[in-house]
Design a protein around this ligand. Structure first.
Ligand SMILES: [Zn+2]
Length: 441
């Protein structure tokens, strides 16, 4: 930013940053809202055509709760949301039996589940992981890929597209989130050090010229070329995010002004306050707090972050800047015991115990095994967050962040009929995508 330049003007000129106007008014990032709709494919029996009526539910819109309400979905889209019961001739009816009826959960960051990782190298891995997460309320997900070599990446993008076309029974895909490899070596975490390097324009431009399925790409904004990288991503309709970074406040602010408006798994893979000689520096964590318009991801499995930090993040950022994410590895939805982090044939042996994956010597976490229902439950039970806010952080806020809120994230007339029905303990009873029940307990 040049000295004296009006900051809001500057951000507006970037074309992709929403300026917060107050709680609950997050403006969609218009340039990210243009991804092709990936509908539940036609050809299956319980198709999108037809009418579904859900009645006798406590509807979380998620901006308020309608105590005893009815939702009607026609041809995949919500056509009515109201109090009481109404007659809808010819509709398939679901009695919610007083349970909660919420928008389907939107997971921005997930590596696998049901014993599959998206990097396993097979179409089935995408499909089975999507089905596993759908059983826990996820209706929209962004399959996430870690750093690797370019050929493997391109192959996986191909598999993703094949899986997307066949995905009739799982959470729907909205695009790929690439996690790396332009990261800080110091903050790489589980990322393979062989691939860690500065953003390489020849490489990322080539990758983005071959595919349109990448919707978000993460990097450390302090690396040489990272600001140009973000600008290029924005020009291609891809959201830049910052993660695995050693950046301090001045760097994060500059990064934000160049389009890094989302912090990947806050607290993990980034610095808090550091000291160099006599002087202290705010890290990426404090920067994300200080820059009001910065959105943050939170792994709310109750393991990666304790109750105190979940409460702190919620108090500072509020429900319209926080996206709950699972960041789940293949162990999500699986019994505890031995598992593998990363690709099945080339991953790291880990153990799943007490609700989280750990290195065999238990010195470090090796990934989350959370599902989205658990994130909502944890925010309520452990962090004391009101139900509607917990649901917002799992639905409307992530949809706003990715600019798909014209279709996803709330139970409002005209939006997709993606709905989850759950009880007082956030145990999922039914998951519905585009008006079609894809899971029933
Ligand atoms: Zn991840």
């Amino acid at each position: 930013m040049k000295k004296g330049q009006n900051r809001k003007e500057f951000l507006k000129n970037l074309g992709a940053i929403s300026i917060a106007a107050g709680a609950g008014s997050a403006v969609p990032l218009s340039s990210f809202g243009q991804s092709a709709i990936s509908p539940v494919s036609a050809g299956d029996s319980g198709s999108r055509s037809g009418t579904l009526k859900i009645f006798n539910g406590r509807i979380i819109t998620p901006y308020r709760i309608i105590k005893q309400g009815t939702i009607v979905v026609t041809d995949g889209k919500i056509t009515d949301v109201r109090e009481g019961n109404i007659d809808v001739p010819g509709a398939t009816e679901i009695d919610a039996a007083g349970q909660y009826v919420a928008p389907g959960f939107v997971d921005l960051h997930v590596h696998g589940g049901g014993d599959y990782d998206f990097l396993d190298g097979e179409v089935d891995a995408f499909l089975r992981a999507a089905e596993t997460h759908a059983r826990h309320g996820t209706t929209t997900m962004y399959p996430t890929a870690l750093s690797g070599d370019v050929d493997t990446l391109l192959r996986n993008l191909e598999l993703y597209e094949q899986a997307d076309a066949q995905n009739n029974a799982g959470a729907q895909f909205e695009g790929i989130f690439l996690e790396g490899p332009y990261y800080s070596m110091d903050q790489r975490g589980a990322q393979d050090p062989r691939y860690i390097r500065d953003p390489d324009p020849a490489e990322y431009k080539d990758i983005l010229s071959r595919t349109s399925v990448i919707k978000r790409w993460d990097s450390a904004p302090e690396r040489d070329g990272a600001l140009e990288f973000a600008q290029y991503l924005l020009s291609q309709g891809v959201m830049p995010s910052m993660g695995h970074t050693s950046a301090v406040y001045e760097e994060v602010l500059t990064a934000f002004e160049h389009g890094y408006t989302l912090a990947t798994h806050l607290y993990s893979g980034m610095l808090g306050v550091t000291r160099r000689d006599a002087f202290r520096y705010a890290g990426a964590v404090e920067s994300a707090f200080l820059i009001e318009e910065m959105n943050v991801e939170v792994i709310a499995d109750g393991k990666h972050l304790p109750a105190s930090l979940l409460k702190l993040i919620y108090r500072i950022k509020g429900p319209d800047r926080i996206a709950l994410v699972t960041d789940a590895m293949r162990g999500a939805g699986m019994p505890e015991g031995d598992s593998i982090l990363g690709p099945r044939d080339d991953g790291l042996e880990v153990i799943i115990t007490d609700g989280v994956a750990m290195l065999p010597d238990r010195t470090s976490f090796a990934g989350s095994v959370a599902t989205t229902d658990r994130l909502v439950r944890t925010m309520i039970d452990l962090a004391g967050v009101p139900l509607t806010d917990a649901v917002r952080m799992m639905t409307s806020t992530p949809a706003n962040i990715m600019g798909i809120d014209d279709r996803k994230g709330s139970l409002i007339k005209g939006k997709d009929g993606d709905i989850v029905i759950f009880d007082d303990d956030i145990q999922v009873d039914k998951t519905i995508i585009a008006g079609r029940v894809i899971y029933s307990s």
